[in-house]
Design a protein around this ligand. Structure first.
Ligand code: EPU
Length: 337
């Protein structure tokens, strides 16, 4: 039995059957021999609601190499490098572009899986390719950005969670830098005479620290739900009924701020057992100390039901939830606990 509490940031005290550390591409090839396995980075977006009857596969490949070209930098990063440390490394070398993504918890290898994003930037904008072992065949592939099927918090790696073991991520950071201040919370910086990547990183750090609980102090897994996307028609109906609704247009549809929906229902601070809606950011659920998988499921379902009743929108978890036999596709009907 392998204790999971210190390997996922929500820190529920559950166990996996075993762990398998991948330190080389050759190791990655033997994953196919395992009966049941789950690939885990730093566990900051994965929540084990039960003991897991399988082996945790962890990529332990580290290292950063960089090649400077006339127009930009090609950087190859081992999957187990920490994401935030990598962003800081680029900034100290005056490579600008990833500054809006500071302080996102997790590993570099996990970044493409759910196409991490924050404050107007998604990591897919800077990924050139992903090196991964195809588990079924043991073959190494370099998957070009266009083949990664990136979209909002999604990729080919997330839709096929047992197919690929990511070993390295290749980034391209162009020297021609454009600050991204499109996110409303960063708009104030537009008035600054000399804007720099460092200033943006500092502003994002300040905003994140004021709203998002530090997983090292209050266990959590970041945004628990995705921001739901609705049709223009449904949006027009909603904005009639809720004139203050916060939404952003995306290709003709509308992405709703799920945190706003949850807050309107007065659910900030609501708890099921020791699992609570964070009081500063309603999209984040926190573990007050002894939360169980049952507490998490109960609060998740309560929020889903209330939001659906009032707004007619079904919230989908953004966090990967894991039960006894693996990833849970349908939280609403999960019978495991
Ligand atoms: N809002 C509320 N009440 C709340 C939370 C949010 O009214 O309790 C409103 C805010 O005032 C704002 C809007 O909703 O007008 C959006 O809120 P925020 O800027 O905090 O971002 P978010 O949509 O709640 C997303 C990401 C975060 C990312 C931020 C910033 C998802 C699921 N979450 O949250 O990512 O940091 O934008 O870009 O897309 C994560 O994935 O773990 C994560 C933290």
């Amino acid at each position: 039995m392998w204790p999971l509490a210190s390997h996922h940031s929500f820190k529920i005290n559950n166990y996996a059957s075993d762990v398998f550390n991948v330190t080389s591409v050759a190791d990655a090839r033997s994953v196919a021999n395992l009966d049941n396995y789950l690939i885990l980075g730093e566990g900051t977006n994965t929540l084990f609601i039960d003991n897991y009857d399988g082996v945790i596969v962890k990529s332990c490949i580290t290292g950063i190499s960089c090649e400077e070209k006339e127009s930009g930098w090609h950087i190859r990063v081992g999957a187990q490098e920490n994401w935030h440390d990598f962003v800081v490394w680029t900034l100290t070398k005056n490579m600008c572009g990833l500054e809006n993504l500071v302080l996102i918890p997790g590993s570099v290898g996990a970044a493409p899986v759910q196409n991490i994003g924050a404050y107007g930037v998604e990591v897919s904008q800077y990924i050139q390719s992903v090196e991964a072992v195809h588990i079924a065949t043991g073959e190494s592939h370099t998957i070009a950005n266009t083949e990664c099927e990136f979209s909002y918090r999604d990729s080919v790696f997330k839709t096929n969670p047992r197919s690929w073991l990511i070993t390295h991520v290749n980034f391209y950071i162009p020297k021609a830098w454009q600050p991204n201040l499109s996110y409303p919370a960063l708009a104030d910086l537009k008035t600054h005479a000399s804007i720099s990547a460092r200033k943006i990183a500092d502003a994002v750090t300040a905003i994140r620290s004021s709203k998002l609980p530090d997983p090292n102090k209050i266990p959590n897994a970041g945004s628990f739900f995705k921001n739901p996307v609705v049709s223009a028609e449904q949006y027009q109906q909603l904005i009639r009924d809720f004139p203050h609704l916060i939404a952003f247009e995306v290709g003709g549809d509308y992405k709703l701020a799920a945190g706003w929906l949850i807050e309107q229902l007065g659910l900030k601070g609501t708890c099921c057992g020791d699992c609570c809606v964070h009081d500063k950011q309603a999209l984040v659920l926190v573990n007050q100390g002894r939360a169980t998988g049952g507490d998490v499921l109960a609060l998740c379902r309560l929020i889903q039901q209330r939001v659906e009743q009032t707004f007619g929108v079904m919230l989908e978890p953004e966090v990967r939830m894991v039960g006894r036999s693996g990833l849970i596709d349908d939280v609403t009907n999960y019978q495991g606990l």
